[in-house]
Design a protein around this ligand. Structure first.
Ligand code: FA5
Ligand code: MG
Length: 363
């Protein structure tokens, strides 16, 4: 785990009442508090520790032993059998076993991922779980699966309407090892469909493991940053980490208005100019090079000054049997203009580490 990531642990942005993530979390919790079920209110958790066992993060939610998400290319390992959780689903089984039947878990999660305006290696999720009793579907004369999936979609569509009023959204069939059927919800934002949550009907074997074999449950996991970007019109995910008061002064607890009607959006202060740097290199002959590793290296060298890392050209020389990649790095500060010297220095470090750590041959 790099210094840059390590430094983010325990920042607890979602527990700051005047931070956009804290504001949105409170709105979501209030929405679920208003959903009275026969079991009463949802129970809220927001300070479960982010270091979890590989059992909790993967096995407890049925992630196969050979699944890519387990690799060090995707997940930050702390020790051989502990990781920085890559999703809040890591807490599902433990909380069910502790007797909870409907709950939300909000927390920071960690992933090695690509770099652009909607991806960041540390982000926040809200997990929701609700368990149904046999009489709830029997009394309605429908199957347990139908009850859980219908209720799931209604609840989440209700949440989206509560947040945004009328907005363009669509359900997409998805796959998660821990739910069946599974869906993702996308919302139209900045000219593109943005995936905001994954959800589904919980696999029976998870309920079995919690001694709840005769019940049904739904679960969802939403990305708090993505929803906050839409709600407040925040253009770049790095802004959540800024200490610039031109950002923080625009947010306060209680500013949310239902459906977003009449709510003040974020007024972007002027964007500073970007600085582009390209690097072309031959990949090493083994298949050790990955984009995630590259992004991790750049994030470590540039911190939040890197805005995007993008593959712009790739070709294989058939005679040499070697592949060349050209990546474009976009550097831009959210707070100030960067100097040429500063960017050149970062890029020099990136280039040197590309050769020494990722063993590419710069062209
Ligand atoms: C999951 O993490 C599942 N655990 C969600 C789930 C829970 C499904 C319960 C079913 C039942 P996924 O990897 O798609 O799924 O991430 C969920 C959400 O997190 C995404 O929809 C997105 O909103 C957000 N997200 C994912 N990666 C990033 C990232 N790098 N930066 C910011 N947000 C992200
Ligand atoms: Mg997804």
């Amino acid at each position: 785990v790099s210094e840059y990531i390590f430094d983010k642990i325990d920042k607890g942005l979602h527990r700051l009442p005047d931070h956009p993530l804290g504001i949105l979390k409170a709105v979501i919790e209030n929405y679920f508090t208003s959903q009275h079920t026969e079991k009463g209110h949802f129970v809220m958790f927001d300070d479960l520790a982010p270091v979890v066992t590989t059992y909790a993060n993967f096995d407890s939610v049925l992630v196969p032993v050979d699944h890519v998400s387990r690799s060090t290319n995707d997940t930050y390992y702390v020790t051989e059998d502990t990781v920085l959780r890559c999703h809040t689903s890591a807490h599902q089984l433990e909380l069910l076993k502790n007797g909870h039947r409907q709950f939300l878990v909000t927390g920071d999660v960690y992933r090695r991922d690509s770099i652009d305006a909607t991806h960041f290696p540390v982000f926040h999720q809200v997990e929701g779980v609700r368990v149904f009793e046999p009489h709830e579907w029997e009394s309605r004369n429908i199957s347990s699966l139908e009850l859980a999936s219908t209720e799931l979609k209604t609840t989440l569509e209700g949440l989206v309407r509560h947040l945004f009023g009328d907005c363009e959204m669509r359900w997409v069939d998805a796959y998660f090892p821990f739910t069946e059927p599974s869906y993702e919800l996308e919302i139209f934002f900045q000219g593109e469909w943005l995936e905001v949550l994954g959800c589904g009907v919980m696999q029976s074997s998870i309920l079995d493991n919690a001694s709840l074999g005769d019940r049904r449950a739904w679960a969802f996991g939403l990305g708090l940053e993505r929803l906050a970007m839409i709600l407040f019109d925040i253009p770049d995910i790095r802004l959540f980490w800024t200490s610039d008061t031109r950002f923080s002064a625009q947010f306060s607890a209680g500013m949310f208005k239902a459906g977003g009607v009449g709510m003040k959006k974020f007024a972007s202060y002027s964007k500073y100019p970007p600085c582009y740097k390209d690097a072309s290199f031959w990949l090493p002959d083994d298949s050790s090079f990955t984009e995630n590793t590259l992004c991790e290296l750049v994030r470590d060298a540039a911190g939040s000054l890197v805005e995007e890392v993008k593959l712009i050209d790739e070709f294989t020389n058939p005679k040499l049997g070697r592949t060349s990649n050209c990546y474009r790095f976009t550097y831009r500060s959210m707070e100030r203009s960067l100097t040429d010297e500063e960017v050149n220095k970062i890029q020099e470090i990136v280039r040197a580490r590309l050769e020494s750590e990722l063993r590419v041959t710069l062209r």
